[in-house]
Write a protein that binds this ligand. Structure first.
Ligand code: NAD
Ligand code: UDP
Ligand code: UDP
Length: 312
């Protein structure tokens, strides 16, 4: 049994991670400021004897004693991270410094939830970890992209300078139950629109691609990375290489939900990446990990979740 800190633990991914770590017999301290996270996501854990929830903003120092740290605190949806962009950069950068300072003091292994956004709008396809990316430093996505890139820099400098035991994970688009219904990301938007009979909003002409990973696969990759051999730091891509255009995604959601929604087209947001697909060779060879859940099956679970949420 380990004592494990999960920052951003009441968010979409964080709450699933808390479930998994508790199921493995660990003690979990969930730290969150509830900016995009929800108490409902962890309500079922509040009476658990090995679970503790703490309201705290990671841009402020945190003094606790744990064995491992998963640093997930940061809004992930463009709508939310652009709402207060200065706070987004602070969360990524100052949050990383505080969690790295904590890890240094207590000699804990620390994992960073980084992102495929470090590759920006990529001219290399699919993206492998040795690609340096093509990121606009001054655009509306930069608070997130550059914040996450700087956090990676900090992780590797604490590793080189202070010999910190780090793991850096680059997460590609992930979906599943407990996404916020107003989250603004494409999978939750399309499903909620289809279930409500509203128009499906495609930004641009819908030819841009993303590769969607189901949450259970993502969490198993995250935990496998935390348990990987001592001298493996990453960065490592975790995602599902199945690549779809947004038009294809809309058609799949419409087919699986049924109903009468029509597809409408809206302007493409600035700097929206045109393509995104992970090269997961490194995850396969180092972690023995690959995703198992096909998009249709993951969508089925996610649709069932939103259906019960909207009917409640
Ligand atoms: P989410 O918005 O559901 O969760 C983020 C959590 O962090 C929320 O609970 C939020 O309240 C909390 N938080 C935000 N700022 C905080 C602060 N200053 N102090 C403490 N808590 C704070 O998003 P998610 O999809 O669960 O993403 C989790 C992590 O994974 C994020 O770091 C995100 O960048 C990364 N990631 C996610 C995806 C994805 O597709 N879901 C892709 C790439 C990277
Ligand atoms: N920190 C923290 N918890 C700890 C130890 C450090 O939040 O248990 C914070 C601390 O406030 C500092 C940051 O982590 O701002 C970086 O710590 P580090 O020791 O690397 O740097 P220094 O304190 O020398 O600036
Ligand atoms: N998107 C869309 N309709 C929506 C929400 C998003 O067409 O209602 C598009 C968006 O422009 C982008 C893709 O879907 O090209 C994925 O968007 P999301 O916000 O989920 O993630 P990210 O752009 O960060 O990968």
């Amino acid at each position: 049994m380990k004592r494990i800190l999960v920052t951003g633990g009441s968010g979409f991914l964080g709450s699933h991670l808390c479930d998994q770590l508790l199921a493995e017999g660990n003690e979990v301290l969930c730290v969150d400021n509830y900016f995009t996270g929800r108490r409902e996501n962890i309500a079922h854990l509040l009476q658990h004897p090995r679970f503790e929830a703490m309201r705290h903003d990671v841009t402020f120092p945190l003094f606790v004693e744990v064995d491992q740290i998963y640093n997930l605190a940061c809004p992930a949806s463009p709508v939310h991270y652009q709402f207060d962009p200065v706070q987004t950069t602070k969360t990524s950068v100052i949050g990383a410094i505080n969690m790295l300072g904590l890890a240094k003091r207590i000699k804990a292994r620390i994992l960073q939830a980084s992102t495929s956004e470090v590759y920006g709008d990529p001219e290399v396809h699919p993206q492998a970890e040795d690609y340096w990316g093509r990121v606009n430093p001054i655009g509306i996505r930069s608070c997130y992209d550059e914040g996450k890139r700087c956090a990676e820099t900090l992780f590797f400098d604490y590793h080189r300078q202070h010999r910190l035991d780090i793991k850096v994970m680059r997460i590609f688009n992930t979906y599943g139950p407990r996404m916020h219904p107003n989250d603004g990301r494409v999978v939750s938007n399309f499903i909620v629109q289809a279930l409500s009979g509203d128009d499906i909003t495609i930004y641009g002409d819908g030819s841009q691609t993303r590769s969607f990973c189901y949450v259970d696969d993502l969490i198993s990759g995250m935990v496998a990375l935390m348990k990987s051999r001592d001298d493996f730091t990453g960065p490592v891509n975790i995602g599902n290489p199945g690549e779809f255009t947004m038009l294809e995604l809309a058609e799949k959601v419409l087919k699986q939900v049924g109903g009468t929604s029509k597809i409408t087209f809206r302007p493409l947001p600035q700097d929206d990446p045109k393509q995104r697909q992970p090269d997961i060779s490194l995850a396969k060879s180092e972690l023995g990990w690959e995703p198992r859940v096909a998009l249709e099956d993951g969508l089925q679970e996610t649709i069932a979740y939103f259906r019960s949420l909207l009917n409640a």
